[in-house]
Design a binder for this molecule. Structure first.
Ligand code: HEM
Length: 474
């Protein structure tokens, strides 16, 4: 009798694993990360800080510190290496930042027509390589990476991307994205192969835009790798995975776009809504460089680490904020809304905002002209599943067939079970990487070598608040 009860309980526990294990593991991961990382950051919005404080503090000039003085920076430098010190996102304000930022803007200053033409050309080319005959399940993020590798290679070098370079770029970007989500460790050999390739390209004078004086060949290669062959590829691919998955899971939106593929206003609204609901930055952090008196009687001391939670901000002030409703933008003034998909104006926002928006929209339009999309997987902001989605060639008979329904059910079951396995992998690899990053202290050591007294050497006056959970960070 006791054996039977034990077997029944065991079976119930095993069969219900997808319902309780992933969230339990995430809580455990949050706890472990916080223990290793320490508690030093101010979470916004968070205890004692509302969305008004979020806006007021994010917009401050004295809240533009990016790397120096925050233990959290060691983690980001670890994930973005090699060359995080040359990644525009992490260079502190000053003459180097100004020059690098100007160069990025120059490279990205491409006409709308040219962006549309390149997006069109590369999407059509890559759709062929997906080999969808009738219907097929693909992982959207994986499918998008080679396309963006071709696109950004052309933007940077003005040339077609050779196959071996595409392989290097995709290998690097895939590993950065997977490591950030704790689904893989950093594969430094793979990343450094791309660095070596870029060093060779810089040495042969392949970059059509002159680099500002005073930067070594290695630094130039790191810059290209960080901004264009890491951030650009990862962000564009993740953004597309979210956009297409959201369309796949909202029939009304899908069918309206399929019916009116040239309805530019509705496309804009759909992309905005995807960026609102699934912002690519979970948390971005800033370090205050002076005391900030941002409201009567309230001062944020110099050296504070501010963690801005983009998703929490994007869910504030909307009707049914969790729902995916592009039409809501009919009645919303974007400038007044809690909406900063490309960062806070005035505090180092995304230099690719214009180009990325145009290109993503065009790529999605071409994809939807060729396929109907369906998916039954969990759609979270961090999307560690890489966006499994069923593509059905236009004109195929599909919507009522038993085969299609079985495929949807199978996709759902597989996704839930993958979640179980993945959550354990994330716990183990994430804990190791957070520990390793704390041990290597890439950011802290860099500033110790490059500045006699880094901010991190001075005792911080920052009030201690709970660190945001790792779930929010990625
Ligand atoms: C859907 C596409 C993209 C989204 C949603 C996005 C979003 C963002 C956000 C929110 C920030 C500000 C983060 C913060 O405040 O800490 C940012 C910064 C940045 N992004 Fe993007 N990004 C995208 C694509 C790209 C692309 C294609 C590139 C490169 C070509 C790029 C390069 C950068 C750089 C260099 C920064 C740092 C800016 C600075 O500190 O001066 N992003 N991005």
């Amino acid at each position: 009798m006791i054996t039977t009860i034990t077997i029944v309980i065991g079976c119930v526990l095993v069969l219900t694993l997808p319902h309780w294990l992933p969230s339990l593991v995430i809580r455990l991961r949050t706890f472990l990360f916080t223990q290793i990382n320490g508690e030093e950051a101010v979470a916004l919005p968070g205890q004692g800080f509302d969305v008004g404080d979020f806006r007021a503090l994010y917009g401050q000039k004295a809240a533009r510190g990016r790397s120096r003085g925050a233990a959290l920076s060691d983690l980001f430098w670890y994930w973005l290496s090699p060359g995080p010190e040359m990644h525009q996102e992490h260079i502190e304000d000053g003459p180097d930042y100004e020059q690098i930022s100007r160069l990025t803007h120059k490279i990205l200053a491409v006409s709308r027509d040219h962006v549309d033409q390149l997006a069109d050309q590369y999407t059509r080319r890559h759709i062929d390589t997906w080999r969808v005959r009738g219907r097929k399940v693909i992982r959207l993020r994986d499918a998008m990476m080679p396309l963006w590798a071709d696109f950004y290679y052309r933007i940077v070098f003005g040339e077609e991307c050779p196959a071996h370079a595409r392989e290097l770029i995709v290998g690097n970007a895939r590993n950065v994205a997977n490591a950030l989500k704790c689904c893989d460790l950093r594969r430094m050999k793979r990343r450094l192969r791309l660095t070596r390739y870029l060093v060779a390209r810089v040495e042969e004078g392949a970059l059509p835009h002159p680099f500002p004086d005073g930067f070594s060949v290695q630094q130039q290669a790191y810059y290209l790798q960080g901004t264009f062959f890491n951030t650009a590829i990862v962000q564009s691919s993740e953004g597309m995975a979210h956009l297409l998955l959201a369309i796949a899971q909202n029939r009304r939106v899908h069918d309206r776009l399929a019916r009116s593929p040239d309805d530019d206003i509705y496309w804009d609204q759909t992309l905005k809504e995807a960026l609102r609901r699934y912002p690519l930055f979970g948390i971005s952090h800033r370090i205050t460089t002076q005391d900030i008196a941002w409201a009567p009687g309230r001062t944020m001391p110099s050296g504070s680490v501010l963690c801005f939670n983009h998703l929490a901000y994007h869910l504030h002030g909307y009707l049914a904020p969790e729902e995916f409703r592009p039409e809501r933008w009919d009645h919303i003034d974007e400038k007044q809304a809690s909406f900063i998909p490309f960062g806070m104006p005035g505090n180092r926002p995304c230099p690719a905002q214009r180009l990325a928006f145009i290109a993503m929209k065009r790529v999605a339009q071409v994809v939807l002209r060729h396929f109907d999309l369906y998916s039954s997987v969990e759609h979270s902001r961090s999307l560690p599943s890489r966006g499994p989605c069923i593509l059905v060639s236009k004109g195929e008979q599909h919507s009522t067939t038993v085969a299609h329904l079985a495929l949807m059910a199978g996709l759902r079951v597989r996704d839930r079970w993958e979640n179980v396995y993945r959550s354990i992998v994330q716990l183990v690899l994430g804990t190791y990487m957070v520990w390793d990053a704390r041990r290597l202290k890439l950011c802290q050591r860099y500033f110790e070598q490059h500045e006699p007294r880094a901010l991190s050497d001075t005792p911080s006056k920052c009030p201690r608040h709970a660190m945001p959970g790792p779930k929010d960070i990625r």
